[in-house]
Write a protein that binds this ligand. Structure first.
Ligand SMILES: Nc1ncnc2c1ncn2[C@@H]1O[C@H](COP(=O)(O)OP(=O)(O)OP(=O)(O)O)[C@@H](O)[C@H]1O
Length: 265
């Protein structure tokens, strides 16, 4: 049994409701992400938010990242401080980059916003990250000269250089071939292992990949006869010994958990 403790609250959403006119999209969402600590291991948290297409994942994503205000409810971070726009690094589905800037220029701009980075260290940081994510030879190119996977990696580095501890990724596995999917999973693991307070929140409908990568999975779905989507279940993958395991997909409990989640969606 792997030893771990859940410590302080990193992010808390309480009683989130979202309406578009009369239509309720989200109902009474409560969600809490805690710092998971394992003795002798540096690692962050990986949380996935799963739900059917159209259920409200993107809306919840926008609320958690401070991009959108809910109709009611609050999102707070460490020490109960409200989450503001800019507190979180957001990697959108289309890997938003400045089309008229080279990748290096975009990364420099992001790094300059990071109060923890000295201006004299920026170049080294960019070079290090680019090397880690196989982008060195693409730094002087424009986004339209990159492949989808390269854009995605550049977009992730851009958010890492910003310095925010939270990285929200919208559908990071969609449209990838098998090889690229493996690389992205590897890359996200690398990011999560880089710092204790780094928290990745993945919004996805890819159940297998999300469960393989995450330590906690929240299921967003509609309850019978009630309007709007809510968190119907929090699956603690640490407790099921499915977190931080290399060949987790071969475990019986993995298949059981995937089946259990499929039945809920
Ligand atoms: N501006 C808007 N006005 C009215 N309804 C909206 C608006 N934006 C989204 N919706 C509705 O909110 C619901 C949730 O949408 P959302 O994009 O969050 O779903 P999703 O789970 O992310 O879907 P997908 O996996 O297909 O991207 C949908 O029914 C959608 O039609």
């Amino acid at each position: 049994m792997m030893e771990y403790r859940k410590e302080e609250i990193l992010l808390k959403a309480e009683k989130i409701n979202l309406f578009f006119g009369e239509k309720q999209v989200l109902r009474d969402i409560d969600l809490c992400i805690k710092n998971i600590v394992r003795p002798g291991v540096t690692q962050g948290q990986v949380v996935s938010l799963l739900g059917r297409s159209g259920i409200g994942k993107t809306q919840l994503f926008r609320i958690l990242s401070g991009l959108q205000k809910p109709t009611s409810g609050t999102v707070t971070g460490i020490d109960n401080k409200p989450i503001m726009q800019g507190d979180m690094g957001v990697v959108f589905q289309n890997y938003y980059l400045f089309e008229w800037r080279t990748i290096r220029q975009s990364l420099e701009l992001a790094a300059k916003k990071n109060p923890q980075l000295k201006p004299t260290d920026i170049k080294d940081q960019i070079d290090q990250q680019a090397q880690l994510f196989n982008l060195t030879e693409h730094l002087n190119k424009y986004p339209q000269q990159l492949s989808g996977g390269q854009r995605q990696r550049a977009s992730i580095i851009q958010q890492l250089l910003n310095g925010s501890n939270f990285l929200l990724l919208d559908e990071p596995f969609s449209g990838l071939d098998v090889i690229m999917l493996e690389k992205v999973v590897e890359l996200l693991l690398k990011v999560s292992l880089s710092d204790e307070l780094k928290t990745l929140i993945l919004v996805s409908h890819d159940i297998e990949t999300s469960v393989a990568l995450a330590d906690t999975t929240f299921i967003l779905a509609q309850e019978d006869g009630k309007p709007g989507a809510t968190i119907i279940k929090e699956v603690d993958l640490c407790e099921r010994e499915l977190a931080w395991e290399k060949d987790v997909k071969n475990k019986k409990e993995f298949a059981n958990t995937v089946q259990e989640i499929k039945a809920l969606l």
